[in-house]
Design a protein around this ligand. Structure first.
Ligand code: THU
Length: 135
């Protein structure tokens, strides 16, 4: 099994743990760290809808809170006919730590689309912009 296949399998497995009583739309994510660990996430919804958290950010926040800072690849798997893709907020949050992240989007029929975070979030705002600010 390739790294890509393993990561996609982990994302698909994480999808089963989604807490989605409102949208019924399950999403799973798996994030590979530079150190070789995999952190998974699922979307977690809330009766106050705006408090919902996406699968991708759950995976990233789990990893960062465990001390991880360097990431190589992310796989995302969701339900439905269309291949899911990280929302804008998730792209921005991922970019903070891994602007060169590889992203694998698992499609409904087992196909996987491979691209990069830079392709998903061109012309990104990042930490370098803030370094130019004066106190
Ligand atoms: N969702 C994700 O988990 N990731 C995305 O990138 C897009 C949207 C979730 C949030 C919510 O639980 C459901 O999908 C519908 O928006």
């Amino acid at each position: 099994m390739t790294t890509e296949e393993a990561l996609v399998a982990a994302a698909r497995a994480a999808k089963a743990r989604a807490y989605v009583p409102y949208s019924h739309y399950r999403v799973g994510a798996a994030l590979l760290t530079q150190s070789g660990r995999v952190y998974t996430g699922c979307n977690i919804e809330n009766a106050a809808y705006g408090c919902t958290m996406c699968a991708e950010r759950v995976a990233l926040f789990k990893a960062v809170s465990e001390g991880e800072r360097e990431f190589l690849a992310l796989a995302v798997a969701a339900e439905g006919e269309r291949t899911a893709s990280p929302c804008g907020a998730c792209r921005q949050v991922l970019c903070e730590f891994a602007p060169e992240l590889k992203v694998y989007l698992a499609g409904p029929g087992g196909e996987v689309r491979s691209l990069t975070l830079a392709e998903l979030l061109p012309c990104a705002f990042g930490p370098a912009h803030l370094k130019e600010a004066k106190p």
